[in-house]
Design a protein around this ligand. Structure first.
Ligand SMILES: Nc1nc2c(ncn2[C@@H]2O[C@H](COP(=O)(O)OP(=O)(O)OP(=O)(O)O)[C@@H](O)[C@H]2O)c(=O)[nH]1
Ligand SMILES: [Mg+2]
Length: 448
């Protein structure tokens, strides 16, 4: 079974098993839906003039993107092959964000300015049949959302979520000191692209005057990366340069192998699509599981309270049935003969049931008011004040998951009513656990 078939199988299974569960807990499923819709994607981001478009032209085998020494691209360009007859076709952003078969509909919310800075170009090379590469505007230093006209980081976040590989490009002159790059690495990428989907590249290394110059630039980039990621272990950084633009007389043979490895990594990214989807499902279903656990515990606590009240209520109801007539007679002097007296004297009639039934109604109503006006609201406000008490957070992993779902659980609790008594959270929890234990495992085994 190839990647495409596996993706389709996964799509069917998800629609059958998971979608109804996500719906029940109001969880947004659009990110995963977007992933399932289209082909694998590689996103190229990085400093302006770091050589993104040059690398794309090299991969496409034609000069599809403009290149230049100053900030050149101001648009996001999706480049793909969709049949030789379509080569050269360009599709504007307005069509892309309205096409439900493409995964870009969520970008619509980021505004008109972005839509006018988005388009798709279809190319001749069949190498890009089963994938798309996205070229992006270079990252700049002192630039604000107002300057760009749209929220650049939000676009990067959205596209990074979709991408199976995110290539982050630097050049020796600006080895990571650019503000937008800093924000992307520090805040945007960790949330939206797993570390295993991130590739670091220092391009244009032919422009270093000497080996010591290159080592210095590499060292600067490593230092800046460690500052940005907050980690001391440095990821692999591809050191490359374009075969077309080395300085005259410079031998780039030692670096050409690294360039080939990078291109190979990009072109084989489609292989990671199913793995990427599985990773995403894994995370989302674990979040759903924690949400469901919290709600299951809440509904079981409501049930326990109800049971306590019901026990007390039943005793009170029995007492009210037998003694309300007698009590009324003692306090108010009527009825003349209570039900108990009538029973003992063998004179029981329907009239004697009036006080017992009124007593029972009074007690039941009292307990109902107690439950709905006092006990349930009190329990709800206690849990709203400390939703963590609804789950056990024994590991860092679960604590991290909880941070992501806590707000959502609070929303579910706020809209929860007494109907929680009947909610089938435990059945849902079992379905989720079964999916994680069986279905997901089977898919992971299939791609091994
Ligand atoms: N010497 C040398 N020049 C390069 C290399 N790669 C790209 N260039 C040149 O560097 C300039 C910038 O390259 P681009 O590909 O336009 O860079 P970019 O990252 O797309 O830039 P923006 O679109 O502005 O973000 C161009 O003039 C390229 O010809 C390289 O490896 N070595
Ligand atoms: Mg460019």
């Amino acid at each position: 079974m190839d990647e495409k078939d596996l993706q389709n199988l996964l799509k069917t299974r998800i629609h059958q098993t998971l979608l109804p569960l996500f719906d029940k807990y109001n969880r947004d499923f659009s990110d995963l839906e977007s992933l399932l819709k289209w082909k694998p994607i590689v996103l190229l981001i990085g400093n302006y003039s770091s050589g993104k478009s040059t690398l794309i032209n090299e991969l496409a085998g034609e000069d599809i993107q403009r290149t230049g020494q100053a900030p050149t691209d101001d648009s996001f360009t999706i480049i793909t092959h969709e049949g030789a007859d379509k080569a050269g076709e360009e599709i504007p952003g307005s069509s892309l964000v309205n096409d439900e078969t493409l995964p870009f509909t969520n970008l619509k919310g980021l505004g008109e300015q972005l839509i006018s800075h988005l388009h798709m170009k279809k190319v001749a090379t069949p190498l890009l049949t089963d994938m798309a590469i996205i070229d992006s505007p270079g990252m700049l230093d002192s630039v604000t959302e107002k300057d760009r006209g749209y929220n650049y980081m939000a676009v990067i976040a959205h596209l990074a979520k979709l991408a199976d590989l995110v290539v982050l490009m630097f050049d020796p002159l600006k080895a990571g000191t650019i503000k937008e790059t800093y924000t992307a690495i520090r805040d945007t990428l960790p949330e939206n692209a797993g570390e295993d989907r991130l590739v670091f590249v220092m391009s244009r290394i032919d422009e270093c005057d000497s080996t010591s110059d290159l080592v210095r630039s590499y060292g600067t980039l490593c230092w800046n990366l460690s500052q940005m990621t907050g980690r001391k272990d440095i990821p692999h950084i591809f050191l490359t340069c374009s075969p077309d633009s080395p300085r005259p007389g410079l031998d780039i043979t030692p670096w050409s192998q690294e360039r080939d490895q990078l291109k190979n990594k990009i072109l084989t990214a489609p292989k990671f699509r199913v793995f990427h989807i599985l990773q995403d499902i894994d995370r989302q279903v674990n979040e759903l599981q924690l949400t469901c656990e919290a709600m299951a515990n809440f509904s079981s606590q409501v049930r326990t309270k109800l049971l306590d009240i019901a026990k007390l209520g039943s005793v009170a109801t029995i007492l009210a049935f037998f003694f309300s007539g007698l009590l009324s007679k003692l306090i108010f002097g009527f009825p003349e003969q209570s039900m108990l007296e009538a029973l003992l004297q063998g004179e029981m009639s329907f009239v004697h049931l009036t006080f017992p039934l009124a007593g029972v109604t009074f007690v039941v109503m009292g307990f109902w008011i107690w439950l709905t006006r006092i006990t349930f609201p009190r329990l709800l406000s206690q849990r709203l004040a400390n939703p963590r008490s609804l789950v056990t957070l024994e590991s860092d992993y679960r604590r991290h998951l909880w941070e992501k779902v806590e707000k959502h659980v609070l929303g579910l609790l706020r809209s929860a009513g007494l109907g929680q008594i009947f909610a089938a959270h435990n059945r849902n929890l079992n379905k989720i656990k079964k999916f994680l234990r069986k279905d997901l495992k089977e898919f992971y085994e299939k791609i091994r």
